[in-house]
Design a protein around this ligand. Structure first.
Ligand code: FCB
Length: 450
């Protein structure tokens, strides 16, 4: 393969998530989500920002699909708002809410853009949180019923369907640190939530298989490159624990392994929620795995005196996340060590940078960040990783969770006063990748791993 030629069928795309872009939180019978409740509670989100309007994608989706088409991208990854489809989390379907995704999918297909759908990108119906949220097993069962409804309606038109986005964040930021909705700070609840998210994934996989057996189905997990802060034994151990908690906790049981031991011990989760059939359920075969990668962390043992800061401070994005492209190669190799030939996608990668006040569409730093990560992904392919596609986070500047609108990740600049969209330099760069020829040969289908 000549330098930077990507395999036949390789997919270039961009990603968004419902609560971060849609707005229209009361449109057409949508129910309340935990993020509506959280964002409206004082002090939870920077500047008191909320997703009430966001990018108003709910009303402007045609314009946004036209932008994806203008960039010539192959694919668009989006998520469905559960409370739009089921305002109470369970029970009666809100046809108008489901209708939005029906129109979105048709709009994408009409422009030859492959729709990649995620069922859950963190916006749990508040009604389900009121009944216990993810720490309660009933939420996993409700999730499977929701998966059935969406897969039945849209399944045969989708290029792929992912159950969960980054369950680590849902469990630990939502129920452990409380940084994310619903904002609970209870380590035992976080452990239970993590397990029930995986049970929900397994149940949803089975529901999807039953009604849309030909749609490639899988899950999206987040990974970090990890390197111990020093070569002292305690830092090595801290790094191993971090790796088990961050990189292996969800991947291993999906790949048919046990929960990692050291990570679990250090979380002090008593594992009472595991029922006899759960490991098999969680390991229900998947057709692809989505890998989200942004940065590297250097774990340090709390038992050692703080290490000297490095002589040269590392290159960071506006959010203070270290830019470490080689980590993407490492993470992809790590995932492959568990998943073998299973098709992988980079389902998120990207960076926030400060706006150039003279021209908010000028973003050379983002182009440089992306180009170096694309090279790292290419390196992984050369090393045999079955990588099938790459989605930038994000198509649009949007609501960055507890950080509000302060940090911008878009290939497209959004003016949050006028909601005008303007393609950035990074958007044109991404368009050039999508326009480049792929290697000749047969495309690796997302379903090839089955
Ligand atoms: C990921 C989330 C995504 C976005 C990026 C920056 O963890 O999945 O929604 O916020 O981080």
């Amino acid at each position: 393969m000549p330098r930077q030629e990507f395999p036949a069928g390789f997919v270039w795309g961009a990603a968004t998530a419902a609560y971060q872009v849609e707005g229209g939180i009361q449109a057409d019978g949508r129910g309340e989500s935990i993020w509506d409740r959280f964002a409206h509670a004082p002090g939870r989100v920077r500047n008191g920002d909320t997703g009430d309007v966001a990018c108003d994608h709910y009303h402007r989706y045609r314009e946004d699909v036209a932008l994806v088409a203008e960039l010539g991208l192959d694919a668009y990854r989006f998520s469905v708002s559960w409370p739009r489809v089921l305002p109470n989390g369970t029970g009666a379907v809100n046809r108008a809410g489901l209708g939005f995704y029906d129109r979105l999918v048709d709009e994408l297909l009409g422009k030859a853009i492959a729709p990649h759908l995620t069922l859950y990108h963190w916006d749990l119906p508040q009604a389900l949180e009121d009944r216990g949220g993810w720490p309660a097993r009933s939420t996993a069962e409700a999730f499977a019923a929701y998966a059935d409804i969406v897969a039945r309606c849209l399944g045969d038109r989708l290029a792929s369907i992912a159950t969960l986005n980054e369950p680590w964040c849902s469990a630990h930021l939502g129920y452990g640190t409380g940084l994310h909705a619903p904002g609970r700070t209870d380590p035992a609840a976080a452990g239970a939530a993590a397990h029930h998210l995986l049970v929900g994934h397994g149940l949803a996989m089975q529901a999807i298989r039953a009604v849309a057996p030909r749609t490639p189905a899988g899950i999206v997990l987040n990974f970090e490159a990890l390197e111990p802060a020093s070569d002292r034994l305690l830092d090595l151990e801290a790094s191993t624990i971090a790796n088990e908690q961050m990189n292996s906790w969800f991947l291993d049981p999906i790949a048919g392994r046990d929960y990692p031991v050291a990570g679990g011990r250090s979380w002090s989760w008593r594992q009472n929620e595991i029922l006899p059939g759960d490991p098999g359920l969680i390991a229900t075969p998947i057709d692809f795995l989505g890998v989200n990668y942004y940065t590297r962390r250097r774990p340090q043992s709390p038992l050692l005196p703080a290490a000297e800061p490095p002589a040269q401070s590392p290159e960071c994005t506006a959010m203070g996340w270290e830019v470490h492209p080689e980590g993407l190669t490492d993470v992809l190799l790590f995932v492959r060590s568990r998943t073998g030939d299973l098709p992988l996608y980079v389902t998120e990668n990207g960076a926030a940078y400060e706006l150039d006040p003279a021209d908010p569409t000028r973003d050379p730093d983002r182009v440089s960040y992306l180009a170096r990560h694309v090279a790292a992904a290419h390196r992984a392919i050369e090393l045999g990783v079955p990588l099938r596609g790459y989605f930038v986070w994000s198509l649009l500047d949007n609501f960055e969770w507890h950080e509000g609108y302060g940090y911008r990740f878009g290939l497209v600049h959004v003016d949050f006063e006028t909601l005008e969209r303007r393609v950035r330099g990074s958007g044109r760069y991404w368009a050039s990748l999508a326009a480049a020829p792929r290697a000749s040969g047969t495309a690796g289908a997302a379903g090839a791993g089955r």
